[in-house]
Design a protein around this ligand. Structure first.
Ligand code: 13P
Length: 335
């Protein structure tokens, strides 16, 4: 089983984190149309290939999460995309859930689907070169949410997913995302995130998942985006560390945060403080989607053939986050 632990540790090697480029076609269409680029398979590939062939892939990006469309595509130099990622020194991974749907008994909440037929899909992805996978459960905070139904159902799905993924010799990324949308305080986020994560580990253990062969992908502890409660970055870092120290078993090798709607700088600054103050044995890194791609996408949209310019922006963001995993980032490096 140490094979899975080795993969997890390779992905989160010193100074490295994960590029989450697994936006579904629907989400990617929103992102591209948001910058006035039409969402064709060719354009989706062009942007992604531009990132995957950037120099920072070797130094800063230990793993890339792909979407089903991309893992089957070929680069302009006729390499399969997972081969391009491997050639750059990174590890290819794949999102395997099929999205969050309305939870029948609590229709304001979501349950993530994709377990049916998963074993066969995993075999296919493994053949295509994937070494790790991702499944995201999503939880909202309000007066009565997340409900026990959502906490239990999503934890159950995450555990069944993880067991199947390990059976297929890949590392599952376990992503319970407590959303930042809402008026809730950071304390609410702390309490709900702790409850959600603890329940996930109860189920992972029940399903005999080897915790040394997973990566946890949680949210940071933040006040809701409509909250009156404003907290400092230092408080975000300390609450996040406290929450994870108390809810994550020590066998877990690494934690890679999602950015969840934080700005690029905020996501980097908070990760830096988390690492500066890290009083746990967990590797604390990033698995950012928007916080690694936003500026690069905006720049690229002005001239989609400008590979060098786009890569320069992506390399900078990746480097800043790489420094943040070592607690070595500072604001003046941004200029
Ligand atoms: P963000 O970093 O944009 O939140 O995306 C991470 C992710 O993979 C969400 O599932």
């Amino acid at each position: 089983m140490s094979e899975l632990n080795n993969i997890a540790l390779k992905i989160l090697e010193k100074g490295k984190g994960i590029l989450a480029a697994d936006e579904s076609t629907g989400t990617m269409t929103k992102r591209l149309e948001g910058v006035n680029v039409s969402s064709t398979p060719e354009n989706r590939l062009l942007f992604r290939e531009t990132l995957f062939s950037a120099s920072s892939m070797t130094e800063c990006i230990g793993g890339v999460i792909l979407y089903d469309e991309t893992i089957r595509q070929y680069s302009s130099k006729k390499n399969r995309i997972p081969d391009l990622i491997t050639k750059m020194g990174s590890v290819p991974g794949i999102k395997v859930d099929t999205g969050a749907k309305v939870l029948a008994s609590s229709p304001d909440e979501k349950i993530t689907e994709g377990l049916d037929g998963l074993r066969d899909r995993l075999k296919d992805y493994y053949e295509l070169g994937a070494k790790f996978t991702k499944w995201r459960g999503v939880y909202s905070i309000s007066k009565n949410h997340p409900s026990k139904i959502s906490i239990y159902a999503n934890a159950h799905a995450l555990a069944r997913y993880s067991a199947l993924v390990q059976e297929c010799n890949m590392v599952p990324i376990v992503e319970p995302e407590v959303l930042m949308d809402g008026e809730h305080s950071a304390q609410d986020c702390y309490e709900k995130t702790s409850e959600v994560i603890k329940k996930c580990f109860d189920e992972l253990l029940l399903h005999k998942v080897d915790l040394k062969g997973i990566i946890l992908k949680p949210n940071m502890i933040l006040a809701g985006n409509k909250s009156k409660d404003k907290i400092t970055n230092e408080e975000v870092a300390n609450l996040t560390l406290e929450c994870l120290k108390n809810s994550v078993p020590s066998e877990v090798p690494g934690i890679s945060f999602l950015s969840g709607g934080q700005s690029e700088i905020e996501a980097t600054e908070n990760l830096n403080l988390i690492n500066k103050n890290n009083n746990t044995n967990f590797i604390m890194s990033y698995s950012y989607g928007r916080a690694l791609q936003q500026s690069a996408l905006k720049f690229w949209s002005k001239d989609i053939r400008n590979v060098d310019g786009t890569q320069k922006i992506f390399n900078h963001r990746a480097k800043m986050n790489s420094l943040a995993t070592q607690g070595k980032w500072s604001k003046d490096l941004e200029n």
